[in-house]
Design a protein around this ligand. Structure first.
Ligand code: SF4
Ligand code: SF4
Length: 178
């Protein structure tokens, strides 16, 4: 049959030599490659005992921020949800009641705030969209899990520790303390 292109190659159907039939040279060649790698520097690390240096632009797990008085910063404006290309954020707003000024910074707050980590692509657009410095992406990985429902992170998973009652945990979550 006439080939359509000139890329056709003839298949070499020469009979195998004795060396090729016993496969020994090929086995030795393969083993020499394996042994050479034993003396090379390992590209892998023993995670989690060892960790790599993060890139300065690394974006990890989200944190809902508080102000220096421990009040929740989020005002449930919804801008992060609108900016999210993966539609991973949902929230329910509520009105602050008298006496709750020490809990919520603004008159409106997020009674419910959820991020679906299975949808999130860690682009950071929610952080950029937020006018209240209420959400940022930390240097922490999202932990692995077996159940999909456990990847819906609510306020209890996202909210940063209170700087007044847990100053060390607060500083650690902000990356100020290792
Ligand atoms: S990091 Fe990107 S994808 Fe993830 S919740 Fe924020 S805006 Fe959505
Ligand atoms: S995290 Fe920021 S952008 Fe998102 S609802 Fe709260 S205040 Fe608005």
């Amino acid at each position: 049959m006439q080939p359509l292109t000139n890329r056709v190659k003839e298949v070499d159907r020469k009979p195998m030599t004795l060396g090729e039939k016993i496969y020994l040279p090929a086995v030795l060649k393969g083993m020499s490659i394996t042994f050479k790698h034993m003396f090379k520097k390992r590209p892998t690390i023993n995670y989690p005992e060892q960790t790599r240096q993060f890139s300065p632009v690394f974006r990890g797990l989200h944190v809902l921020n508080r102000d220096e008085e421990g009040r929740e910063r989020c005002t449930a404006c919804g801008l992060c949800a609108v900016a999210c290309p993966a539609e991973a954020i949902t929230m329910e707003a509520a009105e602050r009641k008298p006496g709750e000024e020490n809990l919520y910074r603004e008159e409106k707050y997020a009674a419910k705030y959820e991020i679906n980590m299975l949808r999130c692509i860690f682009c950071g657009l929610c952080e950029e969209a937020c006018p209240k410095d209420a959400i940022y992406l930390s240097e922490t990985f999202t932990p692995s899990d077996y159940a999909r429902k456990n990847f819906i992170y609510g306020k209890k998973d996202l909210l940063i520790p209170d700087p007044k009652t847990q100053p060390e945990e607060f500083a650690k979550a902000r990356g100020e303390k290792k």
